[in-house]
Design a protein around this ligand. Structure first.
Ligand SMILES: *Cc1c(COP(=O)(O)O)cnc(C)c1O
Length: 360
């Protein structure tokens, strides 16, 4: 059976080597006589899997010792609530940067717990750019500043780290975590659902500076308190064990590829192929400001929108799936995360050339 090139925004394609290893280990993990799915989360086998996954993530991202790594559930969407619940810490408001669909959801949820100051927004141009830092209206008394490093739907990525002085910087990195090196020490908290660039859906990673933990709103459920998970090594209750195992295999794979600097080069090369083609095309259009184009999610439209369906059908027949754009943007979107090989992007560009020659 031939595997397709899967351009889905998430759940997304995984490295084939990881899937093969998981298949080999499915019935009997390392001579334990059991699948990882069947293991006690408190047994020594699974404890070693989780500890190795965390150690590898810490190494890949060079996470400083004063940060906790929490392996949670509930997706990035639950973090939209957990962040204000945990980080308001008696302050009245938080600053949010509004850059699209995901920022909008984060803002909406935060409003339930405190005052939200929208410090900057790109709504004036349909969320097609990242507002420059000079335009941000930050409040020095804000509990934190929240931004979305990569808007998965709009295809807009911050290629710089905002400066917020002493106010903790909080980042939704769901769709570009591990795509390049980041200086974790510049952040108060980083969070990401696993299903874009890490592993299977069901695991959510939170990297949080220790001093920000422990001042939740009154009556917060124990499961929504970072302290619960920090004090229990993410094993207060049953963690998403199989997701953690696969994420661990992906971290190992990333190390074998040369780590995040090598990943950045790989991702830049892939994105350059696609953007270079879009820039010279008279038929396909990229809606995003050049400086803020995402290396991970590349939306584009056809000059003749009535050909969208035909484009998708032709792609599918060539083994390329999930190219339909999000309903809020229309057109197409190619998600080209870490695990998308350069051959996938080449195949897409070749097909686009052919399609343009025929219909342009
Ligand atoms: C997918 C995504 C989310 C939502 O993630 P869930 O895990 O489905 O809750 C939030 N933010 C960004 C940037 C995303 O890409």
């Amino acid at each position: 059976m031939a595997r397709v090139f899967n351009f889905s925004a998430g759940p997304a394609t995984l490295p084939e080597a990881v899937l093969k290893q998981a298949a080999e280990e499915m019935l009997d993990w390392h001579g334990s006589g059991q699948s990882v799915m069947e293991m006690s989360h408190r047994g020594k086998e699974f404890m070693s899997i989780a500890a190795q996954a965390e150690a590898d993530l810490r190494e890949l991202m060079a996470i400083p010792a004063n940060y906790k790594v929490l392996l949670l559930q509930g997706g990035a969407s639950l973090q939209f609530a957990m962040i204000p619940i945990n980080l308001l810490r008696g302050k009245a408001s938080a600053d949010y940067v509004h850059t699209g669909e995901w920022a909008k959801k984060a803002i909406k949820e935060a409003k339930q717990y405190g005052q939200v100051n929208v410090a900057a927004s790109s709504e004036d141009k349909s969320f097609t750019y990242a507002p420059a830092q000079e335009t941000w209206k930050l409040d020095k008394d804000a509990a934190y500043v929240h931004y979305t490093a990569n808007e998965t739907i709009g295809g807009v990525e911050f290629h710089w780290v905002p400066q917020t002085g002493d106010v903790p910087l909080v980042c939704d990195m769901s769709s570009n975590i591990l795509s390049r090196p980041v200086d974790v020490s510049k952040y108060g908290l980083i969070y990401a659902g696993a299903q874009k660039n890490i592993g299977p859906a069901g695991l959510t990673i939170v990297i949080v500076r220790e001093d920000l933990i422990g001042q939740v709103l009154p009556k917060t459920p124990v499961m929504l308190d970072y302290k619960t998970h920090a004090e229990n090594e993410s094993m207060y209750n049953t963690p998403p064990t199989y997701g953690i195992y696969i994420a661990g295999l992906v971290f190992e794979w990333l190390k074998q590829q040369g780590g995040l600097a090598a990943m950045e080069k790989h991702n830049r090369d892939k994105a350059a192929l696609l953007y270079a083609f879009l820039d010279q095309s008279r038929f396909f259009v990229s809606p995003v400001a050049k400086a803020d184009r995402s290396l991970m999610n590349v939306p584009f439209t056809l000059k003749k929108a009535e050909l969208d369906e035909e484009f998708l059908k032709g792609a599918k027949s060539r083994g390329m799936i999930q190219l339909k754009g999000h309903r809020s943007v229309g057109g197409m979107r190619a998600s080209i995360y870490n695990a998308m090989p350069v051959e996938g992007v080449r195949a897409l560009v070749d097909y686009m050339k052919e399609f343009e020659a025929k219909h342009g």
